[in-house]
Design a protein around this ligand. Structure first.
Ligand SMILES: [Zn+2]
Length: 139
């Protein structure tokens, strides 16, 4: 099933909105959770869908008892840079004319440029890295 991303619901419409949405790290982690597990938590170790959120924003798997973070295996794993800074940087990279522009990204993904922040971010936030970009865009 193809899910259509909507501006203002699934991704910010502007840099100002990005700053308002992601002004604290836990909000960024919530978003990464959604990107990584849009249908709900799935343990990367045992594939259990039973898990619960811990106070430190990680998940505890009900199948194997391991603690899992949405950032595990991604470029955000064990970073000392606040996620709020990463998010702002990602926004500027995708939107910046000298960086990886949304238009350039959309050509590779065959989706609408306006939503490519979601696709690009999903790719960098995935433990699979850019290989996610080879999957059909959810636009
Ligand atoms: Zn598990």
């Amino acid at each position: 099933m193809v899910v259509k991303h909507a501006a203002g619901r699934d991704y910010p419409r502007s840099y100002a909105e990005l700053r308002a949405w992601f002004d604290e790290d836990w909000k960024c982690l919530d978003y990464l959770d959604w990107l990584r597990w849009p249908e709900g938590f799935v343990c990367p170790h045992c594939a259990s869908v039973v898990g619960w959120r811990l106070a430190d924003s990680r998940w505890k798997c009900g199948g194997c008892d391991r603690k899992v973070s949405a950032t595990a295996g991604t470029i955000f794993d064990k970073t000392r840079t606040p996620l709020t800074v990463w998010f702002a940087t990602a926004w500027r990279m995708v939107g910046d004319k000298v960086g990886v522009s949304a238009t350039q990204t959309s050509h590779g993904l065959r989706c609408q440029a306006a939503a490519c922040w979601v696709c690009w971010f999903q790719a960098v936030a995935s433990p699979l890295g850019v290989s996610v970009l080879r999957q059909p865009c959810r636009m």
